[in-house]
Write a protein that binds this ligand. Structure first.
Ligand code: BES
Ligand code: MN
Ligand code: ZN
Length: 511
């Protein structure tokens, strides 16, 4: 287990005994991660507080022959100033570091990853550059999923802040919450589908949020969904023996009567494609098809932990998409909760079916101030933007601006994609129903999926002038998993964009 701490209480007697130490090290770290700007063979440490002039000079002297080449290079010094190990991470040239939060996030991760295998146990992190980023990097870089390995070792590393600045400790603590929230999403997504069924997912999230303030988790079952005429959702779940769940999280940190902001997450705990079965290569990745639900749950965890002064309602339809004798067949027609009939031309386009009912439910029953859905919705999204940006389709420039700003701050960014009825055309040409769920399929696939969803957002589903809800659909299929480990990016399910969601909600709550 990794413990992360703020201040570790130290007894004054021991502390005053360490007169020879050149770091003022009240937390008694045995090792440090320090950031340094590097240029033409010289390194300049960012931390100044808590380091004596003498040791500062000593380190910079050592680093003169360190050959730092680029940002991210790490050098370790041993037995210096009373520390066993000091990892110095290059931030690159000072003039080229614009985003200090990202620099601190990455440097912290790289420094920790260098020290850990060398046996450091009690590590102080330089938070002088950007304490929030350092907090995120510290937590994100430590994610691992080894509870199913029989030789898993318990780690007992303690990480804490070093070289305080004003607000440093609070920012560091908040950064840790952001990181931990993304780790929640990573954990949910990485868990194999047999251990993260709809039922278990809901239980896990309810357990996670239990004991936090101003939050309530309501878990609905199939009978409830049937009573609410969620036939699009039910049509996906019916192929599986695992019962569906519809989870609702109500967070009430804001004023009573203030409209909640809505979040909806696609929660397909395994997507085999249904009768339109997927090819078997890489099908295992489809345990992560609940990434929308996972990032929404992770964000709610963060929002609760931070006790943001805002009301949020989060909803996740949870089910498996499996082929079987009871499964929906291509060509079947179902009537969604909003009354529209859908011809299921492809059972593998299941995400839009379950979101159709979830979006209509939230938008019509809870009159949200804004509404965002997240979904690993289309392979076409991955083709379009890969794993750098998540695609955002929205009817609101303001909502887009807020999301773009949040994504830049967290370095988990968004790119705006077109929301246009032109993409609806083929889907409106079903010979038997109001819509089909396929359209042109591959060509413009992410865009047509978004337009399909719009038809199920109350207020946007009809031409008449109703009060239009600002709505955004975020397709996270491309950013679902990370190919390789680099600093705080860890190979495997990414848990993105959990931090951007929290940042977006925090931005709203501080307005
Ligand atoms: N869950 C998949 C999309 C996906 C693919 C997510 C790869 C992450 C990685 C989704 O349910 C799906 O199967 N989409 C189809 C839609 C098509 C049938 C219109 C697709 O993208 O092929
Ligand atoms: Mn599918
Ligand atoms: Zn899917």
């Amino acid at each position: 287990m990794l413990r992360l701490s703020g201040t570790i209480k130290q007894n004054a007697v021991t502390n005053s005994g360490i007169t020879k130490r050149l770091f003022s090290n009240i937390q008694c770290y045995d090792s440090l991660v320090l950031g340094a700007y590097t240029e033409n063979g010289t390194a300049t440490l960012t931390a100044s507080k808590d380091i004596s002039k003498k040791v500062h000079n000593l380190i910079e002297e050592h680093l003169r022959v360190s050959n730092f080449k680029k940002a991210g290079d790490v050098r370790t010094l041993y037995n210096i100033g009373g520390m066993k190990q000091v990892a110095i991470v290059s931030l690159g040239k000072k003039s080229e570091v614009q985003d200090t939060q990202e620099a601190a996030r990455r440097a912290t991760a790289l420094g920790l990853q260098a020290l850990k295998p060398q046996g450091a146990k009690h590590i102080g992190i330089d938070i002088s550059l950007n304490a929030h980023g350092a907090g995120e990097g510290a937590v994100l870089s430590q994610f691992s999923f080894d509870k199913l390995k029989s030789d898993a070792k318990e780690e007992d590393i303690v990480v804490g802040p070093f070289s305080e600045t004003e607000n440093g400790e609070l920012d560091w603590a908040n950064g840790q919450i952001y990181g931990a929230s993304q780790n929640v999403a990573r954990m949910l997504m990485t868990s194999p589908a047999n251990l993260m069924t709809p039922k278990l997912f809901a239980e896990e999230v309810a357990y996670l949020l239990a004991g936090l303030e101003n939050v309530e988790v309501i878990v609905r079952d199939e009978e409830w969904a049937a009573r609410h005429n969620m036939n699009a959702f039910l049509s996906v779940a019916r192929g599986s023996v695992e019962p569906l769940r519809f989870m609702e999280i109500h967070y009430k940190g804001g004023k009573k009567g203030d409209k909640p902001h809505g979040l909806v997450g696609k929660g397909v705990t395994f997507d085999a494609g249904g009768i339109s079965l997927k090819p078997s290569n890489n099908m295992a990745l489809m345990k992560g098809d609940m990434g929308g639900a996972a990032t929404v749950a992770g964000a709610l965890y963060g929002i609760c932990k931070l006790q943001l002064p805002i009301n949020v309602i989060a909803v996740t339809p949870l089910c498996e998409n499996m082929p079987s004798g009871t499964a929906t067949k291509p060509g079947d027609v179902v009537k969604a909760m909003n009354g529209k009939s859908i011809e299921v031309l492809d059972t593998d386009a299941e995400g839009r079916m379950i979101l159709a009912d979830a979006l209509y439910y939230v938008s019509s029953k809870h009159s949200p101030a804004s509404l965002i859905d997240l979904a690993t919705l289309t392979g076409a999204m991955d083709v379009a933007l890969g794993d750098v940006f998540a695609g955002v389709f929205t009817n609101s420039d303001k909502l887009w601006n807020n999301l773009e700003k949040a994504g830049k701050t967290t370095s988990d960014p968004f790119w705006r994609m077109p929301l246009n009825d032109g993409y609806l055309k083929e889907m409106k040409e079903s010979s038997v129903a109001d819509l089909n769920n396929l359209g042109k399929g591959r060509s413009g696939g992410a865009c047509s999926a978004a337009s399909f969803l719009k038809e199920f957002v109350y207020g946007l589903d009809k031409k008449e002038e109703q009060e239009k809800i600002p709505w955004a659909h975020i397709d996270i299929a491309g950013v679902m998993d990370s190919q390789g480990t680099d600093g705080y990016h860890i190979k495997g399910m990414s848990g993105r964009p959990t931090r951007s969601l929290i940042e977006y909600i925090r931005g709203l709550s501080s307005n």
